[in-house]
Design a protein around this ligand. Structure first.
Ligand SMILES: Cc1ncc(C[n+]2csc(CCOP(=O)(O)OP(=O)(O)O)c2C)c(N)n1
Length: 352
């Protein structure tokens, strides 16, 4: 497993990735994005408990994967996210209020301005986004561009047919795709060890004829380096890479989940001791890049921004019951019409 920044904050350069070491400015930037993602995540959780935001999937603990990977790309490379890529979206410059709008149930929140951000909409069907990432990468090269695509997926998503179809096509056609698996150890309550027999997820790449790399997903410097190397290879026509970023979902699967039913407090505490933000703070301090006051000021500013940006979209229009049904078919089939009528009746009866 590639690691440069250990949990105790010591940094050991990896000669295999020497030309992809983050510089001082990048380390500071990574910290800002990771802290912003954490602050927004914590605020979203709290908003849910206050009854101001619907079901939300927290990404606390996974910030180094998302931020490090996106920082390693060019600004016009495609990002094909899941629902747990807040850090990556913020790194690309997507306004936080747009993200909040999406989780308020307003689909406009996920319609990221294409030419500005090159980010596809947030998807909830597991694995379905990976063929899109391959298609984008393939199309770019077909049109003579050297843009590449990164497709994120969870460890559970690697059991989906779409995952295998996407990797097979990309390997065969050398599509410039980075498959980034956020291995956060759980697919809801199913542990990674119950998901697949292989020793690593990264090794699956061998079956499709390209390289797979396992990286410490709580070490932003290592995630950045392996993704930058994969991006350089893809851009040069060297084909795809599968990256397995080993991390942990510190919070519940979503705000509707109770993780105490399937994992121990000791396990969570063990992973909390490897927190990616705390680890980066140690490096920033040791290198004299930020002192305690500056580190804390970034956190305070991030919390304030999270509140401000949510307040800006909270009054926006909520989706109607019809919206849930409206966009699937041009004309609703009888089964959906019946479901819609049932839903309306329930709303009238119970108010929810
Ligand atoms: C095709 C499909 N099957 C099942 C689900 C229900 N579901 C939602 S999240 C999830 C687990 C996903 O786990 P993983 O891929 O590890 O990602 P994580 O949520 O841990 O980020 C499942 C099974 C779904 N959304 N889509």
């Amino acid at each position: 497993m590639v690691q440069m920044l250990a949990p105790d904050g010591t940094y050991t350069a990896d000669p295999a990735y020497c030309c992809y070491a983050m510089n001082d400015a990048q380390l500071r930037t990574a910290y800002r994005h990771m802290v912003q993602a954490r602050a927004a995540d914590e605020w979203a959780f709290s908003l849910n408990r206050q009854g101001r935001l619907g079901t939300y999937p927290p990404a606390t603990g996974q910030e180094a994967n998302s931020v490090g990977a996106v920082m390693a790309l060019r600004e016009d490379d495609w990002i094909v996210p899941t629902y747990r890529e807040l850090g990556g979206l913020l790194t690309r410059g997507v306004p936080l209020k747009q993200f909040f709008l999406y989780w308020l149930g307003n689909e406009h929140g996920s319609a990221f301005e294409r030419e500005l951000y090159h980010v596809t909409p947030i998807v909830l069907p597991i694995g379905s986004q990976l063929p899109h990432a391959v298609g984008l990468a393939f199309a770019e090269r077909y049109q003579g561009s050297d843009r590449i695509a990164i497709g994120f997926v969870g460890d559970g998503g690697t059991s989906e047919g779409d995952f295998h179809e996407a990797l097979n096509f990309a390997g065969l056609w050398q599509a410039g795709t980075i498959f980034f698996v956020q291995n956060n150890q759980y697919a809801i309550s199913v542990h990674r060890d119950q998901q697949a027999a292989g020793a690593t997820i990264a090794q699956k790449a061998a079956a499709y004829g390209f390289e797979g790399v396992q990286v410490d997903g709580n070490d932003v410097t290592a995630v950045y380096a392996v993704t930058a190397a994969a991006a350089a290879r893809a851009r040069a026509g060297g084909g795809p890479t599968l990256i397995e970023g080993v991390t942990y979902r510190i919070g519940p699967h979503t705000t509707s989940d109770d993780p105490k039913r399937y994992r121990s407090d000791e396990e969570v505490a063990e992973w909390q001791s490897r927190d990616p933000i705390v680890r980066l703070q140690k490096l920033l301090r040791a290198r004299g890049l930020m002192d305690d006051a500056e580190l804390a000021a970034v956190i305070t500013a991030a919390r304030e921004r999270a509140r401000r940006e949510f307040d800006a979209v909270e009054p926006f229009e909520r989706p109607s019951v019809e919206d849930t049904f409206r966009y699937v078919y041009a004309e609703m089939p009888p089964l959906m019409l019946r479901q819609l009528a049932e839903r309306r009746r329930r709303l009238e009866r119970t108010g929810t």
